[in-house]
Design a binder for this molecule. Structure first.
Ligand SMILES: [Ca+2]
Ligand SMILES: [Ca+2]
Ligand SMILES: [Ca+2]
Length: 340
């Protein structure tokens, strides 16, 4: 008899790891509470979801024992209670960050899973996704320039991360500050990592597109962002001086026909001191021996022909040729001989 009892006892011990003693444990399944907080403000981070897995048996994954989202309890308040269907010991709690109820992606970067016990309250502190604030400056003066357009490229993963123009905010897309103020605030980027800010057409009025700038985005806390500065070179203008060939004295009143030799077309005729009501003509508007054009595109070659000589001077027959470059005016000087 004794022998039989002892065999049964051994069988009973063996039954536990085989899962035959499971029914008693099911009754003990409880809850896990998770608080989700925003790093920096420590305020509630809303709309997170959690799944709980049982890690019984040497830390191996034994399957899910429950899951819930923040709003399941009727309140999106950063507090999630998971009612467990089966017990877990230890329990691994994994975070999911679904889109917000309005369909936009979450503001938060995911946090790694945590391990603990049933009945425990876990706290997940989430970094905010980073965003850029891109300031545009005049490459020559350093003054802030309004109205720039940019595209942000995700260098690590490829693809566009943002596009927008200063002051343009439509349906939540574009410049998040919504103001034409020389700064573009991007939407939150999906990831940390390396980004490139490209300047896009149209450039701000009077400027040409400047160079791209690299930016690294780290996890953000409340109120934190990555500051990026881009510079825009002023668009070139042609500046034509008319001088006395001997004395170098400036001679007012000459006129010039300007033809775009490289791209076709032209700028028409500019006369010193004549600025029309539509803004065409000599941009300094003064009869001072200098003719200034409007801002011009870069990389165009212009042919300048003196069509009217200053009073008392002979026409200068030789044309001048200039090619525009970013950030610099294109100068030309005509030296006239007096008549007689
Ligand atoms: Ca809740
Ligand atoms: Ca802005
Ligand atoms: Ca002038």
């Amino acid at each position: 008899m004794r022998r039989t009892v002892s065999v049964l006892a051994v069988l009973a011990l063996l039954a536990v790891p085989l899962g035959l003693a499971r029914p008693a444990a099911v009754a003990a399944a409880g809850t896990i509470t998770v608080e989700t907080k925003e790093r920096g403000s420590e305020g509630p981070a809303l709309h997170a979801c959690y799944s709980v897995a049982d890690l019984t048996e040497s830390g191996g994954f034994n399957g899910g024992v429950g899951g819930a989202c923040d709003g399941d309890d009727g309140a999106a308040d950063g507090r999630t209670v998971v009612n467990l269907k089966l017990p877990c010991s230890p329990c691994r709690v994994s975070q999911g960050l679904p889109d917000k109820p309005d369909g936009r992606p979450t503001d938060y970067l995911p946090e790694p899973p945590q391990t603990g016990a049933e009945g425990q309250t876990f706290t997940f502190r989430n970094f905010l996704k980073p965003y850029l604030v891109v300031t545009t400056l005049d490459a020559r003066t350093g003054q802030r320039v309004e109205g720039a357009c940019i595209a942000v490229v995700d260098v690590d993963r490829g693809g566009g991360a943002f596009a927008g123009c200063d002051g343009t905010l439509v349906n939540g897309s574009g410049d998040q500050d919504g103001q034409r103020n020389g700064k573009i605030q991007t939407t939150r980027l999906h990831n940390t990592g390396n980004y490139r800010v490209d300047q896009k057409s149209p450039p701000p009025p009077g400027y040409v597109l400047g160079a791209s700038v690299d930016a690294a985005a780290d996890p953000a806390q409340t109120g934190e962002f990555e500051a990026v500065t881009v510079t825009v070179p002023p668009a070139p203008r042609i500046v034509i001086k008319t001088v006395d060939v001997k004395t170098g004295k400036r001679l007012p009143g000459a006129c010039y026909a300007i033809v775009d030799k490289s791209h076709g077309g032209g700028l028409g005729t500019h006369c010193d001191g004549q600025l029309s009501g539509t803004g065409f003509g000599d941009q300094d508007g003064v009869k001072n021996g200098v003719v200034v054009t409007k801002p011009l595109p870069v990389g165009h070659t212009y042919l300048i022909d003196q069509t009217t000589a200053p009073r008392g001077y002979r026409l200068q027959a030789a044309d001048r040729e200039v090619t525009t470059v970013a950030g610099k005016n294109a100068p030309a000087t005509f030296k006239n001989r007096p008549k007689g």
